[in-house]
Design a binder for this molecule. Structure first.
Ligand code: ATP
Ligand code: MG
Length: 498
């Protein structure tokens, strides 16, 4: 589990980077340092061996043998900071010193072929043999090795001693441990190791630091997303950063707010649907109850009187008609809402259409002794639209005007031509309260006063869709007790009717 954590991955990454880079650098550094130190030490030793060879050569040539330079050798010993061997031309030791101020003294051979003096205090190191072999053949030679005696890397350099005729008359060997180098190397390596430890600590610290910086907002986003999944769209990440993580956070917040909005809309729609179903059932229940009650009374024989029987039939018939109307209104509304209506577009002469509607509504108006007063100017040119839809629209408004007016009142139907074709239907009826005006266009909405009326409250909802369909505009003004004015305006030349 822990391996999958970002903190672990980041820290491991940092540690690996530090380890790899520090170790590589350290190894290269140690190698270069060693190389350089060895080479410069070799160079100094060669220089010294050459000087000694020079001095010994001059001495041998003037004395004929290795005598009288014991003081010099002691000096050389300190100077060279190494053990010094002088060999004859066969490679046998003639003189050797203790070296490195170890107080080994020095020995002197009496001539060529003689054994070294007894002061010689140790065997020649193995690598010295190779060097001697090289040197007796006239070459300078260098050899590196590790000495068990010194527990150190050692250097052995040899140069030939030549007389003035360039004949080899012997050789000089210098042998020294490279303790300075090894010591310095150990010191460097330990400094490198300490820096490595510090760098590792910093890497781990940084790993933890960055993982906190990254994981905290990630956790916040994860929590917010889970909250959203459980339906809490008020959840927010609370991240306020400018980088990519910040952008992701605000996208998530944005998603949450959009989802909240969408959910609210869905809830509203659901409410509308429930209201609709409740309204429809309610509108169906009343006529159905009346029909069932009448049928029961008729079938169990409680009603015997023929005139009663006839009035029962008439009531059932009227309830059935209103059911029929309700169903067809619902179907109409649903078709209008879904936009699945094809218009039969043709030039329509609105004045004759209005006269026609008024004529067919006359009988209903007559029942309430209501006068339908038409002020329709004849010179209105035809506009393009659907004749039946226009008719349906005007019927809804004139029907309302008659239905919600008292007896002996006047309903005025007015049409004129301005920028638009205006149809005004005005009544002297009960009027609608100001606070109810916004709702009268809703499905099934009826004002308190008209609850008992035969209407279903679908008329204005259908009318609103029809006006939209015919590219018109409608407004309704009303004052309680004074009456209602409906104004419908259609543009001329509205060829854009769909
Ligand atoms: P439907 O028209 O479906 O038979 P309805 O007439 O009750 O039923 P709408 O035509 O949509 O339904 O009218 C909604 C409500 O607005 C009416 O119930 C009535 O209360 C009010 N209303 C509409 N027109 C008028 C008017 N001219 N005067 C007073 N109130 C009106
Ligand atoms: Mg109506």
């Amino acid at each position: 589990m822990i391996r999958k954590r970002i903190a672990f991955q980041l820290t491991t990454g940092f540690v690996l980077i530090v380890l790899v880079s520090m170790l590589t650098l350290g190894l290269i550094f140690v190698q270069v340092f060693r190389q350089y130190a060895f080479e410069s030490r070799q160079q100094t030793m060669l220089e010294r061996a050459r000087s000694i060879s020079q001095v010994v050569s001059e001495n041998m040539q003037s004395n004929g043998q290795m005598r009288g330079f014991g003081g010099l050798m002691r000096f050389l010993d300190t100077m060279a900071e190494a053990r010094v061997w002088i060999m004859d031309k066969q490679g046998n030791p003639l003189i050797l010193t203790g070296g490195m101020g170890m107080g080994m003294g020095m020995g002197m051979g009496a001539g060529s072929g003689q054994q070294a003096h007894s002061f010689y205090s140790g065997p020649l190191p193995a690598e010295a043999k190779n060097v001697i072999n090289d040197v007796v053949s006239g070459k300078e030679s260098i050899s590196q090795s590790f000495s068990d005696v010194y527990q150190e890397a050692t250097l052995t350099v040899g140069v030939p001693i030549m007389d003035s005729n360039k004949n080899i008359i012997g050789s000089v060997l210098l042998h020294t441990p490279v303790n300075g180098i090894t010591g310095a190397l150990y010191k460097t390596i330990s400094i490198l190791l300490i820096s490595l430890l510090i760098a590792l600590a910093i890497a781990i610290g940084l790993g933890v630091f960055y993982s906190i910086i990254f994981t905290r907002p990630l956790k916040a986003m994860n929590n917010a997303a889970l909250e959203m999944a459980h339906g809490n769209y008020g959840a927010r990440t609370g991240i306020n950063r400018q980088d990519e993580i910040g952008q992701l956070g605000s996208s998530l917040d944005y998603l949450a707010s959009e989802l909240a909005g969408a959910m609210e809309k869905i809830n509203q729609l659901e409410q509308v649907r429930r209201d609709f179903v409740a309204n429809v059932s309610h509108e169906f229940r009343t006529p159905l109850t009346v029909i069932r009650g009448s049928l029961e009374a008729l079938s169990d024989g409680t009603i015997q009187n023929p005139s009663d029987i006839e009035s029962y039939y008439k009531r059932m018939l009227s309830e059935t008609r209103s059911l029929e109307r309700l169903v067809s209104d619902l179907v109409e509304l649903s078709r209008l809402q879904s936009g699945k209506i094809t218009l039969n577009i043709e030039p329509v002469h609105i004045p004759s259409l209005l006269f026609d509607v008024a004529k067919s509504m006359q009988s209903i108006a007559d029942k309430k002794k209501i006068l339908l007063d038409c002020h329709i100017s004849e010179d209105i040119p035809p506009i393009s639209g659907d004749y039946d839809r226009f008719r349906q629209l005007f019927v809804i408004f004139i029907d309302n005007a008659i239905k919600y007016s008292p007896e002996n009142s006047v309903v005025t139907i007015h049409a004129d031509k301005k920028n638009t074709l205006n149809v005004i239907i005005q009544d002297q009826g009960y009027g609608i309260a100001q606070e109810e005006l916004p709702y009268i266009w809703d499905r099934f909405y009826k004002t308190d006063k008209s609850r008992k009326s035969s209407g279903t409250g679908l008329g204005l909802a259908i009318a609103r869709h029809l006006v939209q369909l015919l590219n018109g505009q409608v407004s309704l003004d009303s004052q309680i007790g004074k009456g209602t004015t409906v104004t419908i305006a259609f543009p001329f030349g509205s060829s854009s009717i769909a």
